[in-house]
Design a binder for this molecule. Sequence first.
Ligand code: KG4
Ligand code: ZN
Length: 362
Amino acid sequence: MIRVLGIETSCDETAASVVALEAGKKPVILSSTVFSQIEEHAAFGGVVPEIAARAHVEALDGIVEAALEDSGLSLADIDAVAATAGPGLVGGLIVGLMTAKAIAASSGKPLIAINHLEGHALTARLTDGLEFPYLLLLVSGGHTQIVLVRGVGDYQRWATTIDDALGEAFDKTAKMLALPYPGGPNVEKAAQSGDATRFVFPRPMKGSAQPDFSFSGLKTSVRQAATSVAPLSDQDVADICASFQTAVTDTLGDRVKRALARFRAEYSHVATPALVVAGGVAANKQIRACLEALCAENGFSFIAPPMWLCTDNAAMIAWAGIERLRAGLAEPDAFDFVPRSRWPLDSVSAPVVGSGRRGAKA
Ligand code: KG4
Ligand code: ZN
């Protein structure tokens, strides 16, 4: 039996969780506590790093205590402490990793430094027991990537955004249309009563031989459309949202289709290939329907962990800790580990042009 306490503080969720794994059994999430700071950032239309760091300091002790209490365990029963050490906002990472170091040092437990993206990448093994290799589509406020997951610590990035992340594009579109933060759910809601054919927005990178994503040109087109019909009626806003959502779905579908074909070609021996989605944008119904259809057409199973495990949480961090312990891949000198605001999952693939411009979230 392995029981790990996980801590997540890389953006605007303060989270702690205890996950247990008994040999030969399915893993169990004994507790998962997530405190979302959305209200503290809403007035600013986005995450403010200093406010986030301060809120983590204030909340984390109580969140860890609650996660331990909900799990019915005490610190003495825990085998290791796993904490997100990057990528993300450095203030929050320092709070989480230092707290984890203190808990681990004072209780004599091992500490495991976790890459937040690895947490997202391995979640489908916690929820669905998925076997390697599989494809991961991560679409959040800070990342838009297609990653080949070959094993624990063994990732290959097949595509990334060369400018904005997809969630960021939703958030910026919302801001331009004076819709509340966070933008994604509000753009989706407005789009429901909109005419998706009224505005013809570009489909950046669609059909390109380069596998990556781009969303900043689309954002400019949204701004131009909004300016051209201002002052905006509710129907104008709905039509822009519907047209935008259709454009991003179309582009995303094209990029994912390409990756599915590559997986088929390179991993023809995998009998039941799978595409896993993670990140807040995976909640979008139009995008989800498009991905499900693509998977069905291409013989892939579509794996979407429950939404609370797709967005930021600490169960995925505790689970990544368990996976690393099992694989003998826990950092031996994690107490010396310095938080990394940038930490690519795949250190081999070269950064793409413009990839420095990413959002705050991971
Ligand atoms: O994974 P997440 O909760 O946090 C990180 O970025 O790590 O993702 C948040 C992002 C935000 O940009 C939000 O606008 C977007 O996911 N989002 C959505 C929807 N729900 C959340 N985007 C489109 N449609 C949605 N329904
Ligand atoms: Zn995340």
